[in-house]
Design a binder for this molecule. Structure first.
Ligand code: FES
Length: 147
């Protein structure tokens, strides 16, 4: 697992491709998170992204060659999932795990499949990703989420 963490890094704004606007408040804004070559399968990287006027900690993962990003907030208790910095994968990279009470999430869907009963069936808040020329861009989550 990677020790890389981009926590606190300033994100660069990028322009959305034409036709990509959705009419949302943040439509047209995306942020350069990093490069696909820097994130091998089974690795993760954190980043901060402005969401509703405040910096929100998020993370991007490479799960079996596909990239997914989520807000770094467990669905059991709204706190960061990585008690050990940037450690999200568990069970040899098969699942994402919150280290506080061991909620397990499917990496590709973000759905909680084991852990505290009230959390099962809920999903992590997805951060939309775009890949362009090997660069990873993130947009603020489309859905509102609890603080
Ligand atoms: S806070 Fe994540 S499992 Fe309890």
């Amino acid at each position: 697992m990677s020790e890389k963490s981009d926590r606190g890094a300033a994100l660069r704004r990028g322009r959305a491709p034409r036709g990509g606007a959705s009419g949302r408040r943040d439509a047209g804004v995306r942020y350069l998170v990093g490069h696909t070559a820097d994130l091998k399968p089974g690795e993760s990287m954190k980043f901060l992204m402005p969401v509703r006027g405040a910096d929100e900690e998020c993370f991007v993962i490479n799960f079996r060659g596909r990239f997914h990003a989520y807000v770094n907030r467990c669905r059991h208790v709204p706190m960061a999932m990585d008690w050990v910095d940037n450690q999200f994968f568990a069970e040899r990279g098969r699942y994402l795990m919150c280290q506080t009470h061991n909620a397990y999430y499917e990496p590709a869907s973000g759905e909680c499949i084991a852990g505290p009963p009230e959390t099962c069936g809920k999903a992590l808040y997805r951060v939309p990703l775009e890949i362009e020329d090997g660069r990873l861009y993130a947009r603020p989550p489309e859905s509102e989420f609890e603080d």
